[in-house]
Design a protein around this ligand. Structure first.
Ligand code: TXA
Ligand code: MG
Length: 338
């Protein structure tokens, strides 16, 4: 399935019309051997994307600490929104590095990890995770997959992997390596072929930031969770799992935000995209992946610079590729607040 040489011939970076459109890359198919996993881990360390099997569906993995790698996940999937992603770790000990795990979370983890259950927990201030992976929330979704290949890859890589299902946005989740290639060949560095996934639906997501709530039904039956936790209300997020902007804790700048600014007013912090005068710049090279990677910390930085009386103005961002997700997030930041 490795068509590397063909893809290499097709792609000439000098002929690439727009830096913001990721060129086709040859997608390697790797076996889940020590050698294949070492190659996958090396690609992940470079910030490249590697799809891998879990017991639920194939995940599209990228280093959860690397803003650019996470931006590439959204780009490869063509997601129109920066919804928060699940962070995959090999065990409970690793989970503690990124999330606050209290006694209640510990007992749920003891019962269901490793397995198809994701816990949304308070984010640790020193987590080191990319703000894109949590959509800048102060909580994080953590999963310890049971699949031996996912486990082996996480250990070979030695870090947390952000991994939504490995399909283009709006398409069915993949349960075989061939499905991954159908949707994402040429857009990701590699897929580790671990055969077919046993569960076939995504993990159940349990919110444990406040009272336990069911955020998404999935691979672990709700009844099993309720046996441990009592009746579970359905979280407000469950019907709109892709709309983290509606979560109360979502970061919004205090300063008023103006979009598509082509001129600049006094007392405005100018956030540029591409060439031209600006105070901060999402991407001087007008690269949408770089702009996405910079988005959340630039919003905070602009807010801090604006101070109590200042305003923030963003240069226009093209409404293509990742630009759609960037503009979606900026429109939320600019929306009138109560
Ligand atoms: O089975 C699975 O869970 C698969 C495999 C690959 O592990 N992964 C998966 O990941 O479905 P993902 O990233 O597509 O799941 C994202 C969903 C979001 O849409 C949201 O519902 C929830 O996880 N989520 C993530 N972080 C959250 C947070 N901080 N608060 C609330 N919900 C969150
Ligand atoms: Mg999905």
């Amino acid at each position: 399935m490795n068509n590397g040489s063909q893809a290499r011939l097709r792609f000439n970076p000098l002929l690439s019309p727009q830096r913001s459109v990721t060129p086709m890359i040859p997608t390697e198919t790797l076996d889940p051997t020590a050698e294949g996993l070492a190659r996958a881990a090396a690609l992940l360390r470079q910030g490249a994307l590697v799809a891998f099997p879990t017991e639920t569906v194939y995940g599209l993995g990228g280093d959860a600490r690397d803003d650019l790698a996470v931006a590439r996940i959204f780009e490869a999937k063509g997601r129109p929104r920066f919804n928060p992603l699940i962070v995959h770790v090999p065990d409970l000990e690793a989970a503690r590095r990124y999330a606050v795990v209290d006694a209640r979370a510990e007992s749920v983890a003891a019962a269901f990890w490793p397995g198809p259950l994701t816990l949304v927990l308070p984010l640790r201030a020193d987590s080191g995770l990319s703000a894109l992976v949590t959509a800048d929330l102060d909580s994080v979704a953590i999963r310890v997959p049971a699949h031996p290949v996912a486990q082996a890859l996480l250990r070979a890589f030695g870090g947390p992997l952000a991994a939504p299902s490995a399909n283009p946005s709006g398409r069915v989740s993949p349960t075989r390596a061939a499905h991954v290639l159908e949707g994402l060949s040429g857009r990701i560095a590699a897929v580790v072929d671990g055969g077919s996934c046993a569960v076939g639906v995504e993990s159940t997501i349990l919110g444990l930031v406040d009272a336990p709530s069911l955020l998404r039904p999935g691979g672990i039956a709700v009844e099993q969770l309720e046996a441990l936790l009592g009746p579970l209300p359905t979280g407000g997020n469950a019907h709109k799992p892709n709309a983290p902007g509606q979560l109360a804790s979502h970061y919004a700048p205090a300063a008023p935000v103006r979009l598509n600014a082509t001129d600049w007013e006094a007392h405005e912090i100018r956030v540029g995209f591409g060439a031209g005068r600006s105070d901060l710049n999402l991407s001087p090279a007008a690269d949408l992946v770089e702009a996405a990677a910079n988005l959340f910390h630039t919003l905070r930085e602009a807010d801090a610079k604006a101070g109590p009386h200042g305003k923030i103005a963003f240069a226009p961002i093209p409404e293509t590729g990742l630009g759609r997700a960037i503009n979606d997030r900026l429109r939320r930041a600019a929306a009138p607040r109560p």
